[in-house]
Design a protein around this ligand. Structure first.
Ligand SMILES: C[S@@+](CC[C@H](N)C(=O)[O-])C[C@H]1O[C@@H](n2cnc3c(N)ncnc32)[C@H](O)[C@@H]1O
Length: 256
């Protein structure tokens, strides 16, 4: 019976069904990995190591250098437990903050961290690359420590999809782990010590190169404006006036 049905399904539809099934599996896998991760760790550490408060302030400083103002609409893609949100939401007091995450637990922590706000705040659970936002309705979108855990093909899909929602003059600000960073090379070797099943058994780190990220971003409809090397003290902490590096390198992209 099944083989009879299979025989009558046109090739193009078979391809569509296969792609849809594979897509469901991969997004579910990411979701399960992140949800388990978020439940296992405390909200201050599930989003990564380092000084939670300082990193949030540096992320906001990067967005402001890219042009974000109090009236901007910001999409914080992979908002996590609110490391950026606690600083960005007050800074957007006449604008809008849209926090998006694949993990409902991360989003719940993020909502608590934000508390009452003057800015319009929206938090969304999203499991694929389709942003439920109108064309050119967003000034800035950021992905801090998100593409660092995603295969390049997925990074491409999200970058391509985000292009539609960002207005001309806006920007995509994203961090990544190019192999020029000694920390990225260490991470790469750690991952190389695991087989592929073990690598994907937890939220894994993905390293890259500048060239790879630039090609992927360009193919997705973006123009590379600048890089901030993660190992250089190139971002000013607005609280202390001191210069710091983010650890990861940051890429500022403009609509091409
Ligand atoms: C390492 S944390 C970084 C959180 C936050 N951006 C920050 O800098 O504090 C990565 C976050 O991205 C989210 N994430 C990963 N893949 C995602 C996807 N495909 N869609 C939406 N969120 C995703 C994870 O659930 C997690 O909250």
């Amino acid at each position: 019976m099944l083989s009879t049905i299979k025989k009558f399904v046109p090739k193009s539809i078979k391809h569509e069904i296969r792609s849809a099934l594979l897509r469901r599996k991969s997004t579910r896998d990411y979701e399960t990995l992140y949800e388990n991760h978020a439940r296992e760790l405390a909200p201050g550490s599930s989003i990564g190591d380092g000084d939670f408060d300082l990193i949030g302030r540096l992320e906001l400083a990067l967005l402001k250098e890219a042009g974000m103002t109090a009236t901007s609409t910001l999409v914080d893609f992979g908002c996590g437990t609110g490391r950026l949100a606690v600083h960005a939401v007050p800074a957007l007091n006449q604008g809008k903050y849209v926090g998006i995450d694949i993990s409902p637990t991360m989003l719940a922590y993020c909502r608590t961290a934000i508390g009452a706000a003057e800015a319009e705040v929206v938090l969304w659970h999203q499991t694929d690359e389709n942003f439920a936002l109108a064309d050119a309705s967003v000034d800035y979108i950021c992905a801090f420590s998100v593409f660092t855990h995603m295969e390049h093909e997925d990074t491409f899909r999200y970058l391509r999809s985000a292009r539609r929602i960002v207005r001309e003059g806006g920007a995509f600000v994203a961090s990544c782990l190019p192999m020029t960073l000694s920390e990225a090379r260490r991470i790469f070797l750690d991952e190389a010590n695991l087989d592929s099943v073990a690598r994907w058994g937890h939220v894994r780190n993905i390293t890259t190169t500048r060239e790879m990220m630039e090609v992927v971003a360009t193919m997705a409809g973006w123009r590379v404006e600048r890089w901030y090397d993660g190992d250089q003290d190139n971002i000013t902490d607005p609280m202390t006036g001191k210069r710091h590096g983010l650890g990861q390198s940051t890429l500022v992209l403009r609509p091409a």
